[in-house]
Design a protein around this ligand. Structure first.
Ligand code: SF4
Length: 265
């Protein structure tokens, strides 16, 4: 694993993510190395090798984080703030500690390490913390997310956040037809999850290699992803399921000809 220490000029970057004004990436790169990761594109500008093989560390992130910014701040978009290196380095923790507590913050991770920082989350006026839940286990997990924490640990972390009074959300992503068991995820988490956000796999952003992985190992899923009729039937069934479940859902993010957000009310 290559570790690259850099000094950044700024830690708040204007965001193009819908609903997000600023993103904070104290790390760039991610040791979880998920096969579909949409942040892989960053390798074009970083001469460090393959995605998952390096992490850039903004050593001065805590100094830069003090500023008050207006609007929604999202941590993080091109890394996981609680990837393994964070356990020792505590860069995310120090960045959060330094941050203006009046900033409106949303933290998203796949790691149960996030519960270590509950004491810091409690200092923020407006904060929500999400866990990515996608039900990948066994063969699916080995192929798609081999290094990310197991589902059980993520679900437990989501529950602990709730028990500690932190607003939480489940980011159900990526939803891949025939692989992601949305019904089971809702059943397992509904009693302690404040709200849900659903995202269908963005096949284009996942890259050519992931597309091939899907074609080869999950041909039925791939067929649904690339067939307009089958795809939209799948989306309709998913929305029906969400409505039936009677949960608080922000909506379903769909990437087809562009970005689409389907509200579920
Ligand atoms: S945890 Fe998130 S940022 Fe890290 S590799 Fe996986 S999808 Fe990408």
């Amino acid at each position: 694993m290559k570790i690259i220490n850099v000094r950044a000029k700024s830690i708040y970057t204007k965001s193009k993510i819908p609903g997000v004004d600023w993103v904070v990436n104290q790390y760039v790169g991610c040791q979880f190395a998920c096969k579909y990761c949409y942040a892989k594109f960053i390798c074009k500008w970083k001469p460090y090798g393959e995605w998952g093989g390096w992490v850039e560390i903004k050593v001065n992130a805590p100094e830069l984080a003090r500023k008050r910014v207006y609007g929604e701040v999202f941590m993080s978009s091109i890394s996981d703030p609680y990837q393994p290196i964070e356990k020792e380095l505590k860069l995310t923790r120090r960045t959060l500690e330094a941050m203006n507590k009046r900033n409106k913050l949303s933290v998203l991770t796949k790691s149960p390490l996030v519960i270590r920082d509950i004491d810091v989350f409690k200092m923020f006026e407006k904060i929500e913390v999400g866990l990515t839940i996608n039900s990948f286990e066994g063969r699916e997990k080995r192929l798609i997310e081999p290094f990310a924490p197991v589902q059980r640990a993520r679900v437990n972390a989501l529950k602990t956040l709730k028990d500690e009074g932190i607003k939480n959300y489940a980011f159900v992503s990526p939803i891949i037809p025939g692989i992601t068991d949305v019904e089971e995820i809702i059943r397992e988490t509904r009693s302690f999850t404040d709200y849900y956000f659903f995202e269908i796999l963005n096949l284009k952003a996942a890259g050519r290699e992931f597309k091939e992985l899907l074609m080869e190992n999950f041909p039925e899923s791939y067929k649904i992803m690339v067939d307009e009729d089958k795809f939209w039937r799948f989306i309709k069934d998913l929305i029906d399921l969400i409505k039936r479940s009677n949960i608080k859902a922000e909506g379903v993010e769909v990437h087809r000809r562009g970005w689409e957000f389907i509200e579920v009310r």
